[in-house]
Structure formats: structure tokens, C-alpha cells
Design a protein around this ligand. Sequence first.
Ligand SMILES: [Zn+2]
Length: 215
Amino acid sequence: MFRKVFIFCSCVIFLGGCVFDSEPMPEIVYGSGSKPIIIPPRITKPKPDMGSVYKNIPRDWLPPSHLEKRWAAVVVHHSATEKGNAAIFHKIHIEQKHWDGVGYDFVIGNGTDSGDGQVEVTFRWRKQIPGAHCGGTANNWANRDGVGICLVGDFTYTVPTARQMESLVKLIRFLQKRYRIPKSRIYGHSSTPGAHITACPGKRFPMSRLKAMLY
Ligand SMILES: [Zn+2]
């Protein structure tokens, strides 16, 4: 019995030394019975892989190839409302702001009028046309070159849901990878260079936590 355990331990140590240098090793405990108990190591999560960014990406995140333009930045907004979805904002932006439709490229729901963490793609992204999310004009750089993402909610008072943050990170990572957008050009609306003074995306929006999760 001792010999078997010795051989097993030798193999584990040998393999550990050769292959899994920095990985945690299984622990062997000798209980009251004759057989040793082997406790498997805790598996740590693999680090994010840049290559995995296209896996499980919804098809509608990819713009039509003949229209696709280059994007240089991402501007994150909140809707400043408790509820809403892309269709509701589309109607409001036409009727109240007299724009040609919803100002954002993407809207991420909070479980009220669309799914919690659901990413809606708007006509702006599908047509690859300038946004109306930063200053409201078609001519400033943030609207022309920045992708506008709106999270439903008022983050002056609340925080985004876990699923909203999960979708936001996934979406921004996709955009970063596809358009080579560095972390330094991921903005909250209020910190976007040239933006009008605004509280958007709200003082409780976790911008530093978001940045820590990006490339
Ligand atoms: Zn905004």
C-alpha cells in the first residue's frame, strides 16, 4: 500500500514540477482508513483570452460588412429613467427631440421593458450612421466616431444590474477588439471630451469597475 501511495505521489510531484509549475496541486490526506484521501485542487478561472472575444457574439452586433465604418471610442450613457427599451427611446427621441430616431447604437435593458442585460441593436448601428447621443448633433466627433451605448436606469440613484454590467463588458470588449479601441477611449458621457455638461451616466455608475474589466 505504502509503495502505491509513494509511486502516486512521485508521479504527481513529477508532473507538477514539469507541466503545471504555477498551478495548485492536489492535497493527499491520510485519514483513519487504509486509503489516502485525495483532495482535488481549487481550479482558478482562466485569464480572459483576446481570441475568445468573438465567441458567442450575437450576429446582429456585427454590422453589415458593406456599410461598416471605423469607430474610435465608446460613450456610455444611462437612460435617466427607471424603465425603457430601444423602441420607447426611439419614439421619445423622434417626438421630443426631433431626431431621426433613437440616439444610441445599443440599448442594454434592466428587466423592465426589455430583458435584464438584453442588448438591443438600433437602426444607427445597423446603418452605421452617426449617433445623436453626445451633444445631440451629427457633427461632433463623439457622435461621428463614438459608439453610443445606453443602459436603462437612473444611476444617480441606483446602480446597473449585474446582468447589465456583464453585457456591457462583453459588448465593449467586442468593440475594443474589432476597432482597436484602447481603454483610454472608453468614456462615460460626462467625461467625453467636448461633451456638454451632464450628469450622465450618473454618479453611481461604476466606471472604475468597468474599466478594470476591459482590455
Ligand atoms: Zn448620456
